[in-house]
Design a binder for this molecule. Structure first.
Ligand SMILES: Cc1cc2nc3c(=O)[nH]c(=O)nc-3n(C[C@H](O)[C@H](O)[C@H](O)COP(=O)(O)OP(=O)(O)OC[C@H]3O[C@@H](n4cnc5c(N)ncnc54)[C@H](O)[C@@H]3O)c2cc1C
Length: 454
C-alpha cells in the first residue's frame, strides 16, 4: 500500500468502532459543545473564500495541549486523520478536509507572556494578530508584521503557511525573521521545541524552526509560539499613489523604497480590484494601478518623507491614504464581493512581475475572465495575489496553465494546500520527494493532513 494512502484506507473502517462510539469518546475529553458532527460541521466545510464543500467527520475544539494530546491518542487508535485549522483564511483550502477530523485551534488563545526585557511575546497558536497587536500596543511594542489576508488569522496558521505580510521592508516581511521558538506536537504525542525563546532566530545551535514554517499542518501541530517584538514606532503615515502602468508602479516603488528610511510596506492593486470594491466605497478617481506606501518612524522623519513622496509624484493632499491602508486585508475586500472567490498567490522577482502580470492578463482576456490583482512589494520580489470573482470553474481550469507560465518566467506558486501539489511534483520533484521523506520521519503514521502530499 502506498505510504500516503495508508491512513485514509484505515480510516474508512474506523477500526471496527461505530462513529457514535468514537464521538462519545471525544465528548468525554472535550464536552458536547466542543465536538461537532452532522450538520454542525457545516461552517468548517468551507474556508473564508470558497464554496467548495467538504464534509469533515468531526470538528474538535481543544482548549489545552493536554486535551490535544488526548485527541491525538484517540485519532491514532481509531485511524482517523487530523487537519489543523486556525482562522480558515488559508488561500489553498488547506484547512478543509473530507472524511477526517478538523481540529479547531482557536480555543488555544492565551497570550502567555510579554517579556519587555527580552523583547519577546509568547502565545498559544490560536491567538490572532488582532489580539497580539492589541496586547503589544498597550506596552508600546509591536511584532511589525500582519497577514495580507486578515488580522483575524491565527499565528499558528500564519506560520504553517509561511506568512509574508505587511511588515518592515528591512525585516523582510516574513514571519521567518521574527520567530524565536515554536512548540510543536508530533503525531506520536512528542512535544518538541524548534528554537530558543531567549535568543533571536538561528543565533545558537540547531534550529528546526524553518522546518515548520510553511509546513501546512503536514509535520505537526504548532501549539505555542515565541516571537521577537520591537519598540512601536512614534508615528505612522500612508501615501496613496496612482500609476498608469504596472511597470511605472513597480519602478517607482523600487526606487523610492530604497531611498526612504521610514518605508514600512508597499503594495499595489489593479483597476478591477478597485472597480469592484474600493472605487465605490472610497469614491476616489484611481488610475489604472494604484499603490500605497506605509511609513513608520519618528514623527519628524515620517512627515518629511511623506511630503517628499507626495511632491515627487505630484500626489495631491487627500484623505484617501488611511482609508486605502484600511483596505489592505484581502479578506476585508473579498467579503464585500459575492462568493465564491478563487485566490492564487505567487512569489515573483520584481523584474519579472510586469511580464507575469501581462501573461495572466492575456490568458484571462482569451477566456473572458475578470480578475483582480494585489501586489505586495518586498524589495527584490513581489507576492502577487490573483483573485477571480465570477467564473470560478473556468478560473480553476486555468490555474495549471498560469502556474506553469509563471514558473517559466521565474516565479512560483506559494501554496501547496489541496490544489498545488501537482504543480510541485512537476516543477520541483526533488522538493516533493524531500518533503515526503521528512513527513515519513516526523509523521510516519501519516496522521496529519494525509491528503496534502498525495
Ligand atoms: C502556502 C501558503 C502560503 C501563504 N502565504 C501567505 C502569505 O505570504 N501572506 C499571507 O498573508 N497569507 C498567506 N497565505 C494565507 C494564510 O494562510 C493566511 O493569511 C492566514 O495566515 C492563515 O491563518 P489562519 O489562522 O486562518 O489559518 P488556517 O487557514 O486555518 O490554516 C492555514 C494552514 O495552516 C494549517 N494550520 C493552521 N493552524 C496550524 C497549527 N497551529 N499548526 C500547524 N498547522 C496549522 C492548516 O491546516 C492550513 O494548512 C498562505 C497560504 C498558504 C497555504
Amino acid at each position: 500500500m502506498p505510504f500516503s494512502m495508508a491512513f485514509i484506507l484505515n480510516f474508512t473502517s474506523v477500526r471496527g468502532m461505530s462513529l457514535n462510539e468514537v464521538y462519545a469518546d471525544f465528548v468525554k475529553i472535550l464536552g458536547y459543545e466542543n465536538v461537532l458532527r452532522g450538520d454542525y460541521v457545516q461552517p468548517y466545510s468551507v474556508d473564508k473564500y470558497t464554496r467548495s464543500v467538504v464534509k469533515p467527520t468531526f470538528i474538535l475544539k481543544p482548549a489545552s495541549v493536554q486535551q490535544l494530546l488526548q485527541i491525538l491518542s484517540l485519532a491514532r487508535k481509531y485511524g482517523m486523520s487530523i487537519t489543523p485549522r486556525g482562522g480558515g483564511f488559508d488561500l489553498a483550502m488547506g484547512s478543509m478536509v473530507s472524511d477526517g477530523i478538523i481540529i479547531d485551534l482557536t480555543r488555544l488563545n492565551e497570550i502567555l507572556e510579554v517579556n519587555d526585557e527580552n523583547y519577546t511575546i509568547t502565545v498559544q497558536c490560536g491567538v490572532t494578530f488582532e489580539d497580539i497587536n492589541e496586547k503589544l500596543t498597550l506596552k508600546r511594542l509591536s511584532v511589525d508584521l500582519e497577514p495580507i489576508t486578515s488580522p483575524e488569522a491565527t499565528i499558528g496558521g500564519f506560520i504553517a503557511s509561511h506568512g509574508i505580510g505587511y511588515g518592515l521592508l528591512r525585516h523582510g516581511c516574513s514571519v521567518l525573521n521574527i520567530i524565536r521558538d515554536l512548540e510543536v506536537v508530533l503525531s506520536d504525542g512528542t512535544i518538541i521545541h524548534t528554537g530558543f525563546k531567549n535568543l533571536p532566530f538561528g543565533k545558537a545551535g540547531y534550529n528546526l524552526t524553518s522546518l515548520m514554517i510553511g509546513s501546512e499542518g503536514l509535520f505537526g501541530i504548532i501549539t505555542e509560539v515565541t516571537l521577537s517584538v520591537f519598540p512601536a514606532p512614534e508615528t505612522v503615515a500612508s501615501v496613496a499613489l496612482n500609476f498608469s502602468s504596472i511597470e511605472d508602479g513597480l519602478n517607482f516603488l523600487g526606487d523610492i523604497t530604497k531611498r526612504l528610511t521610514t518605508a514600512h510596506s508597499a503594495f499595489m492593486m489593479n483597476a478591477t480590484f478597485k472597480d469592484n470594491i474600493i472605487r465605490n466605497a472610497l469614491k476616489y478617481p484611481f488610475g489604472e494601478f494604484s499603490g500605497l506606501i506605509r511609513l513608520e518612524g519618528s514623527r519628524e522623519e515620517v512627515e518629511w518623507e511623506k511630503d517628499s513622496v507626495e511632491n515627487l509624484c505630484g500626489t495631491s493632499k487627500n484623505n484617501i491614504d488611511e482609508d486605502l491602508w484600511n483596505y489592505r486585508f484581502l479578506y476585508h475586500v473579498i467579503r464585500e464581493l459575492n462568493y465564491p472567490v478563487l485566490i492564487d498567490d505567487y512569489i515573483i522577482p520584481v523584474k519579472k512581475s510586469a511580464e507575469a502580470y501581462n501573461v495572466i492578463r492575456e490568458i484571462a482576456a482569451r477566456e473572458k475572465l475578470n480578475f483582480m490583482t494585489h501586489f505586495l512589494y518586498l524589495g527584490s520580489n513581489i507576492v502577487l495575489n490573483l483573485m477571480y470573482v465570477d467564473d470560478i470553474r473556468k478560473a480553476y481550469s486555468l490555474e495549471k496553465e498560469i502556474d506553469e507560465a509563471i514558473n517559466l518566467i521565474g516565479g512560483r506558486p506559494l501554496t501547496i494546500g489541496l490544489r498545488r501539489v501537482e504543480v510541485m511534483k512537476k516543477t520541483s520533484p526533488c522538493l516533493f520527494n524531500l518533503l515526503s521523506e521528512i513527513k515519513r520521519v516526523l509523521d510516519g503514521i501519516n496522521l496529519f493532513c494525509p491528503n496534502k502530499l498525495l
